[in-house]
Design a protein around this ligand. Structure first.
Ligand SMILES: O=C(O)CCC(=O)C(=O)O
Ligand SMILES: [Fe+2]
Length: 216
């Protein structure tokens, strides 16, 4: 049967196939948002949010932390994955079971079996903060998808093409939505428009995004 007629929730189909290899699972994380946010608070006690600097010396407006065996970092040396948090030289906090289980089930629901993420990048956006168009290409191979969970304030996600100058599609992402892209879409450019000034009931003037990847 057509997916449009399956899994209705609040009148919206839960699964939307947006493009080849791109699936939006609306509200997929809705039941777990409180557990996810509690885990984020614990992780960021050990490895606090920080604004990293790009190799070009520009300070990113998005504040970041990580959990898992590896963490994504940016500094004057470039962009890469590291096993230790450069702020304290400790291993990144372990990936909580609730993160892993949700990321794996979202990937499976989107058609990607056997997803085993070794990193979760945690991004924090304030109103006015944006993420410029980029590709996720610091991973060792691109066969695994990317699973991205949105929490807090809504945002407009820009889904571009495989080349920077291709036009992009706008996708509204809200609290509890999960976006998965992989396969032919794995290297599509993407970004996030500047957040509107607003306040979310659970998170206040803030959006948190969890990006799961298989990096090693
Ligand atoms: O915040 C988002 O929705 C996207 C995050 C992202 O693209 C990244 O962390 O590489
Ligand atoms: Fe990205």
């Amino acid at each position: 049967m057509n997916d449009l007629f399956a899994d209705f929730d609040d009148g919206l189909p839960q699964r939307e196939d947006l493009a080849a290899g791109v699936v939006l699972l609306r509200g997929f994380a809705r039941e777990q948002t409180a557990s996810l946010l509690l885990a984020v608070a614990q992780i960021t006690q050990a490895s606090p949010f920080r604004q990293m600097s790009t190799p070009g010396g520009y300070r990113m407006s998005v504040a970041m932390s990580n959990c898992g065996a590896l963490g994504w970092i940016a500094d004057s040396q470039g962009y890469r994955y590291a096993a230790r948090d450069p702020l304290n030289n400790h291993a990144w906090p372990a990936m909580p079971e609730v993160f892993l289980a949700l990321a794996r089930s979202a990937a499976l629901e989107a058609g990607f079996a056997d997803f085993l993420p070794d990193v979760c990048l945690i991004n924090r956006y304030a109103p006015g903060t944006k993420l410029s168009m980029h590709q996720d290409k610091d991973e060792a191979d691109f066969s695994a998808p990317i699973v991205s969970i949105s929490l807090g304030l809504p945002a407009i996600f820009l889904l571009g093409g495989l080349q920077r100058n291709h036009p992009s599609q706008r996708i509204g992402l809200s609290h509890g939505d999960v976006l998965v892209w992989g396969g032919p879409a794995r290297l599509r450019y993407h970004g996030v428009l500047a957040l509107k000034q607003d306040s979310h009931a659970e998170l206040g003037a803030c959006r948190i995004n969890l990006t799961f990847r298989q990096a090693a």
